[in-house]
Design a protein around this ligand. Structure first.
Ligand code: SF4
Length: 343
């Protein structure tokens, strides 16, 4: 069986044509499942032959919820079981009357960032498009059932497990479905892909996904330190990544988000902050300063709040805007860098 949630509209049209069926059924199926949010197979509006094909060849199964953890701050962390038994985590991050969803793109991750719980897990496999879209739909159904008066998912970030640009095709397929007017009709500026700086994927980005927001996990602009934090920096140095990101076409007000995870006594000194300010001075940059979120086996510690605030002040001297992000869901290990579906 093929998963319905793995098809872009064009892909499903081609599948129907190959089967000798009218392609119009694809838009009807998209409308039924994504717009009308039906949870059972479409049984109206389709030619009988198309319906028979769908019943025989297309599955509507979503990742199964194995565990749900709800934080006191209303963050929700899902542990999903996939069809092959592998597990991934997805997080709903609350804000006023809506949520952002943090999606995973791989089971584990190959990038081995030293501050990241997923990095310790290693890469088990890439996710399929259907498994990425499936996280969104399963989380939406859970919200509809458990928090019906407060169930809107307004933004998507690819900041869960995995390096999304290392699984480019599947992530691109999911984004096409999220953006499609026949799919979930989200605006491109509501979707952000976060990368550790995977250069081959960034090169494709420029041609294939220019409208979606990008966030670069920078964390240090001192090569030896960044090599320790993000080992792929040795292969794809941040200077090369930043100049490529700078070349990406942007809408008039768009900025590039640079994530800076602040770890105690490692990258939180005045010299670190000034190096960062020098590197980003004059660029259309916005820095998210994220105090490190500890997890079992972590090598780093959380910095003092005053130290993080001081980095913000220093960046202002260089004309680089920033915000200190106190991420949510610490009590359920759902904050940035804390996900690990093996523990
Ligand atoms: S921070 Fe992101 S890219 Fe790095 S190991 Fe963790 S999941 Fe992978």
């Amino acid at each position: 069986m093929l998963s319905f949630y793995g098809f872009t509209l064009e892909g499903l049209r081609s599948q129907l044509i190959q089967a000798g069926l009218p392609p119009v059924g694809a838009a009807r199926l998209f409308n039924w499942h994504y717009k009308q949010k039906k949870t059972h197979p479409c049984d109206t509006d389709l030619a009988q032959a198309t319906m028979a094909f769908v019943r025989e060849h297309i599955s509507f199964e979503l990742p199964q919820i194995e565990q749900v953890q709800e934080s006191e701050d209303r963050t929700v962390k899902f542990l999903f079981r996939l069809l092959d038994g592998k597990k991934i985590e997805t997080v709903l991050i609350p804000s006023v009357k809506k949520y952002g969803i943090c999606l995973s793109s791989q089971v584990g991750c190959a990038m081995k960032c030293s501050f990241c719980h997923t990095g310790l897990q290693g890469l088990e496999r890439h996710l399929e498009t259907s498994e990425i879209v499936g996280q969104y739909l399963a989380a939406q159904r859970w919200l509809n059932e458990h928090r019906p008066s407060d169930n809107r998912i307004a933004t998507i970030v690819f900041m869960g497990q995995g390096e999304p640009l290392h699984n480019f095709d599947a992530v691109k397929g999911a984004i096409e479905i999220f953006l499609s007017q026949y799919g979930l009709s989200l605006a491109a500026d509501k979707i952000t892909i976060s990368t550790a700086g995977f250069l081959p994927g960034l090169k494709r980005w420029k041609e294939e996904m220019p409208d979606v927001n990008i966030a670069l996990s920078l964390h240090s602009t001192i090569t030896e330190k960044r090599n320790k934090l993000i080992p792929i920096n040795a292969k794809y140095p941040f200077e090369e990544i930043i100049s490529l990101v700078d070349e990406l076409p942007k809408k008039s007000k768009a900025v590039v988000i640079y994530e800076y995870l602040v770890t105690k006594d490692f990258n939180d000194s005045e010299a670190d902050a000034r190096h960062l300010g020098e590197t980003l001075r004059g660029k259309r940059a916005f820095v998210n300063l994220i105090p490190f979120n500890p997890f079992p086996e972590a090598h780093y510690e959380r910095p003092e709040r005053s130290v993080v605030d001081q980095i913000k002040v220093i960046l202002e001297e260089y004309g680089v805007p920033s915000l200190v992000r106190y991420t949510k869901g610490h009590d359920i290990l759902a904050a940035c860098g804390q996900l690990n579906s093996k523990t």
